[in-house]
Design a protein around this ligand. Sequence first.
Ligand code: GRF
Length: 192
Amino acid sequence: MKKLIGFKKTKIAVFISGTGTNLKNLIKFSKLKSYPFSVDLIISNTNKAEGLKYSKQYKIKKKIINYDKKIKSDNKILYILKQRRIKLICLAGFMKILSKNFIKKFKGKIINIHPSLLPKYKGLNTHFRAIKSGEKFAGCTVHYVTSKLDSGKIILQKKIKISKKDTAFSLAKKVLKKEHIIYPASIKKILN
Ligand code: GRF
């Protein structure tokens, strides 16, 4: 990806469907001089996403795109992204699968955070499955998005130990803390 010119930060869009702790964390980091991005747009597929509150709190434009009609939704999003000169899309708990066409149009500029040590445990319920399989380690991964689910090139990964007492819930909490470290770091890594 291109190097920053002058002091201008690269505009990113964050796509969410839920709580938005990663969104909030990215906003927080974007305010730091040493992080080369600004969160310019929040996209959610539902108006029930708790994370949408950060739009108001931080005065960031939000757009709710109902994904019922995929092609129409894709085109709407592509239009807004172009209009706002968004250079990178960060998926953060976005529960919809982007179309092949959309991914092609934004090739190499969509990244995602996944709560497992990819390539292990793609898809949902990662913590539950990791514990059930007797894994000793869990973690999170930031990777490029391709049309194959949770399979693009890895940018950063963080590993943690699973303790005997861990439940899917406690593990999710621990992993989330690490997500908040590697997501901003990954963006910095690919933009620098
Ligand atoms: C995170 O665990 C992320 O890895 C996964 O969805 C969750 C989103 O959490 N893709 P939040 O909405 O950022 O709190």
